[in-house]
Structures are given as C-alpha cells and as structure tokens.
Design a protein around this ligand. Structure first.
Ligand SMILES: [Zn+2]
Length: 220
C-alpha cells in the first residue's frame, strides 16, 4: 500500500478556508518564537466560547489592534486603549477578554524575565519536545491532558487570565507541543509522527474505509 492510498486526508476539522491553509501550514508546527507564542495564547483565550474559524478570520485585525502582539506595548495599555479595543469591530469586543490580554502581557513579561524566554517556560511542560500522539479519529483527541492541566495551573498562579486547561491544550496543539494531526493526515508524518497502518490490519482497514467515505477522489 502506498502512502497516497492510506494517508492522504486532511484532519476532518479543516474543511474550508481559512481553516485549510491554517491546518496545512501552521497547526502543529513547533513554535519557538516568543511573540508568536504570545499571539496564540491571546487568540486561544479570545476564542473561548466561539469557534476557532471566527478567530482565524479576525486574526489580522487582532494583529493590527494589538500592536502585532508585542507584549511590551500591550502591557502598557490604559483606559484609552481599552476603549479603542471595545470599539473595534474587527476583534471580539469582550471587556474581560480585552482586560485579560493586557494582564497576560504583563504576566508574559514577568515569565520572560524569570525564564529567559516564554518559549523555554511553555515548552518545559512537554519536556522541550513535541508529544507525538497517534489519534485515529477526532473523537479520540482529548480537550485537555495532564500536561495542559499543569500548564494552566502554573499560568493561572502567575496571574494569566483565560488560561484554563482546554485553552492551554488548544495552544499546545496549535504550537506543536503535541502532534494531534490524525494518523490519516499527511501532516502527522510531516511533523514527526510515525507512519501507521502497516502491521495493524484492523486499524488499517478502518482507516481505509473512512478515507474513501470522506474523500470521494480516493474511491476506486
Ligand atoms: Zn491534520
């Protein structure tokens, strides 16, 4: 069996743009840039209660509204900035989420001072390298794990807001701390996951039938 026959399906949550491009280029790629890690933390927090696609569509507006996620700037935001952000229709106009972004910028700067980088601090919760998972269906993918619980506990203790365990887990998935691409997705292997199916006939068969069902171009 060639890889094309078994592993040619994007994770089923990415069905339309901009989710497809995000899935193919970004989701699960290890991030070690402090600014980008901070961006994901704020965006995942902003997402709470909404769909990720909503946030993805607003992402460029967020970058403009929040000084390209430079924490040094955001930490200094005052009442006037809060007013400006609450008037900005391009972002999620939620007072608590906006206040959280400012508070998180302050906490981010404190962490960076203590650990040298936000990167070193966040990645310590997964031992510095991506956790390689082998999920076969979306139903298996957890919403939180022991690692995200630990990250959340520590972030909250340091004064971060909108940093619950499910938000932390979404952050870990997005920034490649875990590889949660399904084993059927080409990105799973591309991001370091082991190849699947051969030597596992039961699961292999299940994957093949699912693949054909979801992607008509694979049908004979
Ligand atoms: Zn995928």
């Amino acid at each position: 069996m060639t890889r094309q026959n078994t592993n040619h399906l994007r994770c089923p949550w990415a069905t339309t743009e901009p989710a497809i491009a995000y899935h193919d280029k970004e989701w699960g790629v290890p991030v070690h840039d402090d600014r980008l890690l901070f961006e994901f933390l704020i965006l995942e927090g902003a997402q709470a209660g909404l769909s990720w696609i909503t946030i993805l569509k607003k992402r460029e507006n967020y970058r403009k509204a929040f000084d390209r996620f430079r924490a040094e700037k955001i930490a200094k935001y005052g009442a006037r900035d809060v007013k400006r952000l609450l008037r900005n229709e391009g972002i999620v106009r939620n007072r608590l989420k906006i206040a959280a972004a400012i508070q998180n910028a302050k906490a981010f700067l404190a962490v960076r001072k203590e650990f040298g980088s936000f990167d070193a601090y966040l990645w310590s919760f997964v031992g510095g390298k991506p956790i390689q998972n082998r999920w076969r269906t979306m139903a298996k993918v957890p919403a939180r794990t022991a690692e995200s619980d630990a990250m959340s506990r520590d972030l909250l203790r340091r004064g971060f807001k909108f940093a619950g365990s499910t938000i932390c887990y979404a952050l870990m998935q997005a920034t490649g701390m875990v590889n949660d691409h399904l084993v059927t997705c080409p990105r799973h292997v591309e991001l370091g996951g082991k190849r699947s199916t051969i030597g596992d006939p039961k699961e292999g068969a299940a994957i093949t039938s699912r693949a054909v069902f979801q992607n008509p171009t694979l049908a004979p």
